[in-house]
Design a binder for this molecule. Structure first.
Ligand code: EPU
Length: 341
């Protein structure tokens, strides 16, 4: 186990603010996590704690975190089941998500290719139910292995016990802060079914030319993401800052009377999802700055740190954007990013 005191989290979260944690601890096995949880309940019992993954969904309100920040370095992947059509792969929570996607694509296993280049790690993929281009992590998850914070005991959740929804899970909801993910098992397909009808994937594949393969889809997704989303190494950001709101179909129909060009996605008979990025752009925020924080000029769902922005500056921008969207469309858009106060 690695333990550092007064540790800078600057390189450990993608908004890139210089936040100092009183303790930063990294463990690389279930046993080490269990030992760490004992310390958390004794020596560090009075301190708040925070478990981070790749730090791609975090915004700190202050430049210090007076508590314990934990990070999983549980690595490795192994095939735990294989038949003619599918493979079940058990993966450590600390594995970098996109390295896993690249591995599966190289093996010819389908399922994850549309989720290429999403920042973050495997543990968070199961908590956040990450998604892009018509696929969500829940579509691939078989089970999630965890450790209960209070007792250190192991518990495996089958996918249908995880209450998955759009960017939602039991680990963010009812059981928030109660379990830490250690391993996730995914189901991949040996005869992949390509999902090309979402966003510009098909268009990009046509532009690229050549055969449609898992690798080509991965490259197309990477091209699209790189063209719209800022590289956190160059400009701090946390990907989509807001979730796309799910609203009543009647509300969407009402707004479309005034904005017939408004895009939307089907959710169920009574609900649709409206792209928050579109609404933010309509409010005139795309490319606009407030202090050292700004709305990205190529994708309005992304807030960026122009350099030296504080968490409070980004939160102020978020509030201003939310206010204007609410006023113009009557819809409250909610941050996907976790605010650490
Ligand atoms: N749009 C605009 N202006 C903008 C941004 C978007 O008009 O500035 C419109 C687009 O033209 C399109 C629609 O909004 O009609 C949707 O845009 P896009 O395909 O870029 O996706 P999104 O809904 O903004 C979601 C995910 C992304 C994921 C993409 C692709 C959320 C919160 N975000 O964004 O996930 O990559 O779909 O599937 O659901 C992330 O979570 O960090 C992330 C990047």
């Amino acid at each position: 186990m690695k333990h550092y005191t007064h540790h800078s989290l600057k390189s450990l979260h993608t908004f890139g603010m210089d936040v100092c944690a009183s303790h930063f601890v990294e463990y690389d096995s279930v046993e080490e996590l269990q030992a760490l949880l004992i310390r958390l309940q004794s020596e560090w019992a009075t301190l708040p704690w925070l478990h981070i993954g790749g730090g791609s969904n975090l915004l700190f309100s202050s430049d210090t975190f007076q508590g314990v920040v934990m990070h999983s370095a549980i690595g490795g992947w192994q095939v735990v089941m294989e038949d003619e059509t599918s493979v079940h792969l058990r993966v450590g929570a600390g594995v970098v998500w996109d390295e896993l996607v690249a591995h599966c694509v190289n093996q010819g296993w389908g399922g994850m290719e549309n989720l290429s280049l999403i920042p973050g790690e495997v543990g968070a993929s199961a908590v956040q139910n990450i998604g892009a281009y018509g696929i969500e992590a829940k579509d691939l998850i078989v089970s999630v292995e965890t450790i209960e914070v209070a007792t250190g005991s192991e518990r495996t959740f089958e996918c249908d016990e995880c209450d998955y929804g759009y960017r939602q899970s039991i680990f963010k909801g009812k059981l928030k802060g109660k379990y830490i993910v250690t391993h996730v098992t995914y189901r991949l397909q040996k005869q992949p079914i390509f999902r090309l009808d979402y966003g510009n994937i098909r268009l990009e594949l046509e532009r690229m030319g050549g055969e449609i393969t898992l690798d080509a889809i991965r490259r197309a997704v990477i091209n699209i993401r790189e063209s719209k989303l800022p590289d956190p190494k160059v400009m701090g950001n946390a990907g989509s800052f807001f979730m796309n709101p799910v609203v009543a179909r009647t509300m969407m129909e009402h707004i479309r009377k005034e904005y017939p060009q408004m895009p939307y996605y089907e959710v169920d008979v009574d609900h649709v999802k409206i792209p928050a990025g579109w609404m933010i752009e309509q409010c005139g925020w795309k490319g606009k700055a407030m202090g050292r924080a700004a709305v990205h000029d190529r994708q309005a769902l992304v807030l960026v740190n122009l350099g030296g922005a504080t968490g409070r500056e980004v939160m102020a921008l978020s509030d201003a954007v939310r206010h204007d969207v609410k006023e113009k469309f009557g819809i409250d858009i909610r941050p996907e990013v976790n605010f650490i106060m």
